[in-house]
Design a protein. Structure first.
Length: 97
C-alpha cells in the first residue's frame, strides 16, 4: 500500500510519534498527511524519545504490512494525546475497539 504524503513505514528515519492501542501501532511522522496503521506492536528502526510506553508482546521488528492510512488531523505530529484520540476513533469506527 503506497500513499503520497505518507513516509515509508519501514524507513524509520523521520521523527514521529507512535501509540500502541487496540492491537495496532499508529505512527504519525513529521510532515506526513496520513497516520500509518500497522497490525500488532511494531518497532521500526531507531527509537529516541519515549515518554511512556507499555508494549504488548510479541513486539514485531522490521517491515510490517500497512493496515490502513488515516488522514492526519490538524495539529502537531508530536501530540501523543491527539494521536491516541485518533486511534480510538479509528478503532471504534472500524469495529476494533
Amino acid at each position: 500500500m503506497s500513499f503520497r504524503g505518507l513516509t515509508h513505514p519501514y524507513d524509520g528515519s523521520t521523527a514521529c510519534t507512535r501509540v500502541y492501542l487496540h492491537g495496532h501501532t499508529f505512527r504519525w511522522a513529521k510532515g506526513d498527511r496520513y497516520v500509518a496503521v500497522m497490525r500488532g506492536t511494531c518497532v521500526e528502526q531507531r527509537r529516541v524519545l519515549i515518554i511512556r510506553e507499555t508494549l504488548s508482546p510479541p513486539v514485531l521488528e522490521g517491515p510490517q504490512p500497512l493496515v490502513d492510512a488515516i488522514p492526519a488531523p490538524r495539529g502537531e505530529w508530536s501530540d501523543a494525546d491527539l494521536l491516541r484520540s485518533l486511534a480510538d476513533t479509528w478503532a471504534r469506527s472500524s469495529g476494533r475497539a
